[in-house]
Ligand binder design. Structure first.
Ligand SMILES: CC(C)(COP(=O)(O)OP(=O)(O)OC[C@H]1O[C@@H](n2cnc3c(N)ncnc32)[C@H](O)[C@@H]1OP(=O)(O)O)[C@@H](O)C(=O)NCCC(=O)NCCS
Length: 177
């Protein structure tokens, strides 16, 4: 079973007990406004997400991690990897992503988990490239991406949407650890 310990966090695969705390995080419009269709997700939708992430772990050897606080065991959110489906510019590439409960923002937890995830992708899994996609106005995510050393590669407007997406990438050759 893949697990990563950082100074404050345990990154691990998903357990049945994660469903309720993750669905509470998914119920917060502020957390979800920049993810997918921008709407909060129900308990049932959250269960589907966990199932999808676990399938990806089984099939690809990577996926979204459950992010747990060392010590308390409380679930902070999800940070990890997935094969991007959209936008078309990155479809099929491995993307890093994150969502933490609002009460956990502004304390460096997202960056701590994201650094460990990027190292896992490029050094443990042997991927030679990781991308990320976020809305251009998502300053918190852009800040995390800057700290990861990921570079803006393109700005794209998804068809039928009124916002732009920033595409970031990092190659193994650029990775500084
Ligand atoms: C995006 C998201 C995960 C970022 O979380 P975050 O807490 O802002 O990010 P970080 O972990 O980098 O923490 C940021 C701040 O914590 C502060 N901080 C406090 N203690 C810290 C510590 N020990 N170490 C590092 N930073 C610390 C710093 O001020 C840091 O800001 P700085 O980089 O400007 O110095 C969070 O806003 C979120 O879940 N948003 C909703 C979901 C979402 O939009 N996901 C992306 C879709 S593309």
């Amino acid at each position: 079973m893949t697990e990563i310990r950082t100074p404050r966090l345990l990154l691990r695969r998903w357990l049945a007990d994660d469903l309720v705390p993750l669905s509470e995080i998914h119920a917060d419009p502020a957390v979800m406004q920049g993810i997918g269709d921008g709407k909060p997700r129900s308990l049932e939708q959250t269960a589907e997400d966990i199932e999808t992430w676990e399938e990806e772990w089984d099939e690809e050897g990577f996926g979204m991690f459950a992010v747990e606080f060392l010590g308390s065991g409380e679930l902070a959110g999800a940070v990890g990897l997935s094969v991007a489906e959209a936008p078309v510019e990155v479809a099929g590439q491995v993307a890093i992503g994150w969502r933490l409960g609002r009460v956990f923002w502004g304390q460096g937890y997202a960056s701590e988990a994201a650094h460990a995830t990027l190292e896992f992708a490029l050094q443990d899994r042997g991927l030679d490239r990781v991308v990320a996609v976020c809305r251009t106005g998502d300053r918190a995510s852009v800040n995390v991406l800057d700290k990861l050393g990921m570079q803006t590669e393109a700005t794209v407007q998804p068809p039928g949407h009124d916002y732009d997406l920033a595409v970031f990438g990092i190659d193994l050759t650029q990775y500084q650890g």
